[in-house]
Design a protein around this ligand. Structure first.
Ligand code: PGA
Length: 241
């Protein structure tokens, strides 16, 4: 696990964009695994900027997102489909983008379809991850037992509270979601984990103290041969921003 510490959030986004650029340079038709949440928003802004200046071009690349609420309508403003359209896909042209279908009749069949689609695309070259304050990656929440493949999952109290900020009063917040499993995440050739903000300092500390906490799903990444973690000072030291 390579650890890169940047002074602040903006520099984390620049460093992460550089890794995306390098991936594209090596393989124009790369398959990217993408993430939602507050953490990658600045990276997506930087990618949009570089695409506008012609520095980056995703027109031959494909993208698979990590997760989606279930059930949720695609055009619901809080769906991850809407999030990705707003923050990236409306501005950056990809050869193809996929997000687990929150409208699928059979969530289990949808997860099996999703895993097969990733395999058919040749697997993920670069997987972007954020991390929950409880250590989740995608929506692989802390548990005793982890389904390997993509699956329907119940969101923990901690995740529901953390994500409630996106839902306005009266808007129903889904309590279940479809997520890429630890297995498909692990098949990615390179994993890029971004950890920013002092709220993540505690979980970041656990990730780097040399033990594999089974109730911190991100700790499984310690076993992957090619992981880059980019953190800001706030996440690294726990100091207030
Ligand atoms: P955040 O979420 O980027 O909004 O903190 C990350 C996550 O829950 O994986």
């Amino acid at each position: 696990m390579r650890k890169i510490i940047c002074p602040d959030y903006d520099e984390v986004c620049t460093a992460a964009a550089d890794i995306f650029a390098l991936q594209l340079k090596q393989k124009q038709d790369s398959v990217f695994g993408l993430a939602t949440g507050s953490t990658p928003v600045g990276l997506y802004e930087e990618i949009i900027r570089r695409c506008e200046t012609g520095e980056m071009d995703f027109s031959q690349a494909k993208a698979f997102n990590l997760d989606e609420y279930y059930p949720i309508e695609k055009n619901h403003p809080q769906s991850y489909k809407a999030f990705m359209d707003l923050h990236l896909f409306n501005k950056v042209k990809f050869a193809g983008t996929q997000i687990p279908n929150g409208e699928a009749d059979d969530p289990h069949a949808e997860c099996a379809r999703y895993d097969a689609a990733i395999e058919t695309a040749g697997g993920i070259d670069l997987q972007l991850l954020g991390i929950g304050i409880n250590g989740h990656i995608g929506f692989n929440e802390p548990a005793d037992v982890y389904p390997v493949g993509s699956h329907l999952t119940s969101l923990t109290e901690s995740t529901l509270i953390a994500n409630s900020r996106f839902f306005s009063e009266g808007e129903t917040q889904p309590t279940t979601a479809l997520t890429m499993g630890i297995g498909p995440i692990f098949k990615a050739k390179h994993i890029l984990l971004l950890i920013t903000g002092s709220a993540k300092a505690e979980v970041a500390k656990k990730l780097f103290d040399g033990k594999l906490y089974t109730d911190v799903p991100a700790c499984f990444l310690l076993l992957h041969p090619n992981v880059t973690v980019i953190m800001d000072e706030a996440a690294n030291s726990g100091r207030k921003e």
